[in-house]
Design a protein around this ligand. Sequence first.
Ligand code: PHE
Ligand code: NA
Length: 514
Amino acid sequence: MDASKETWGSRTGLILAMAGNAVGLGNFLRFPVQAVQNGGGAFIIPYLICFLLMGIPLLFTEWSIGRFGGKLGNHSTPYILDSMSKKSIWKYIGVFGIFTNIAVVAYYTYIESWTFIYVLHTVFGTFNGMGKEEVSLFFDNYVNLTGSDLGIRYLPAIVYLLVLGVNVYILSTGLGGIEKVAKIGMPLLILFGCVLAYQGWTMGADFASREFPDANAWDGINFLWTPQYSSLADPKVWLAAAGQIFFTLSVGMGSIQCYASYVKENEDIALNSVTAGFTNEFVEVLLGSAIVIPIAAGFLGLDWVIENAGFGMAFQTMPYLFQQWGVVFGAVAGVCWFGLLFFAGITSSLAMGTPWMGFMQDEFGWGKVKGAVSFGLIALIMGLPTVLFYRYGYFDEYDYWGGTVSLVIFALLETILFAWVFGIDKGWQELNRGADIRIPNIYKWIMKYVTPTLLLLVLIGAMFTPAGNDWAAAVSGLLDGQGYALESSSLISKLSHADLKAQLLVNPEKADLI
Ligand code: PHE
Ligand code: NA
């Protein structure tokens, strides 16, 4: 088949692939941590508002842009954006949509490889009989390459190569392979998630340990779900909420556009985009919040969770907690948990590989195999530093620049292109062609005015994040002439302190950001 005429096999395949794209490690590792670090119930209202006012409009925009580009035979953002305007600058802006995917996939596939080996360790019973500290130390040794796992010194690098290789292989089989993985992975993931969530929701206070007699799973659930309106005035919470919405929906990346460029010209995108987006939210808000936090709170207490919330919990704490349910159910829970993470991860990393392949196809006419192999090599070159130097915090740098800043910048620019350069009237028509639902007209207005304004605010907020994230102090400092101290992670101070090395030396242990 002519590569440029390739399309998704079926509507189910398309929706599952798109949902698989969105549902990822972000739902299970990033969301709960962001929620806890931003005050639990304080997080949820800004989060849902960001979903409605930025997430949904960006999904509409990206699906429309993608299908529009595909109609002209383009499958990568440089070519697609270029076809939407007369100015050649958009072609260069489109390159963001390739770069970001590579930067993120480099560390993403590494985490994916941990989930894979942890499934095996669960099956082998590696964690049986280990104490809490021991399980946590096992992880530290693994990522710092200081132990020898299964008797192999560089096992983490080998497993990483293997998982990357599996990605490359599936990508080389084209959309058919991606659909197949999504059709198997998504239902299993949801099933595993439901088993664990059920366990989380029903465990109550039964398992509280001697060390934490007040531990109760429901404390965790209530903490996440009791809304606190005071947070609405806190820019820090809004920034975190917006960042999570971007990452979790895979918007601002170029990846949705690429998948959408394989949708047939008159096939619905209005209902499909909403379905994929809501599936992601269902998995994130219901399953993502019902597993790590309640289970950890059930054993160790909410205070422990609040103090220790970090993405390492998934690997450092969960294997120990599962065992408290007994050898058999503990193993079932472990396989469900790491298996779920693996499927969530691989359906997303495949989605990050396709933009590169689309670009190679548009630019050089490369086929699937050449595209997939070159993707693997590039991802490997970018990823090896995270594997070998994890402990120096490379990870954070990728997540910050690739997984946060670029997304906001790219999303802002593409919204301007779609609503103002291409024109919202044309854009609205594009979105509604073949639509199976009527999108409320108010979204036309939101997409033109509200979304770009909010994106601009988020970008400005990220540039000027004050020290300690204390906005009130920063503003009053500015007013009474004491100056405005920037947080070291703000965009501006990052740009002016490009001496990465110095930062890494001071701050080697900062792996809780993803
Ligand atoms: N949305 C994915 C997650 O939640 C991450 C992702 C981003 C996947 C961009 C593809 C493209 O983990
Ligand atoms: Na997600």
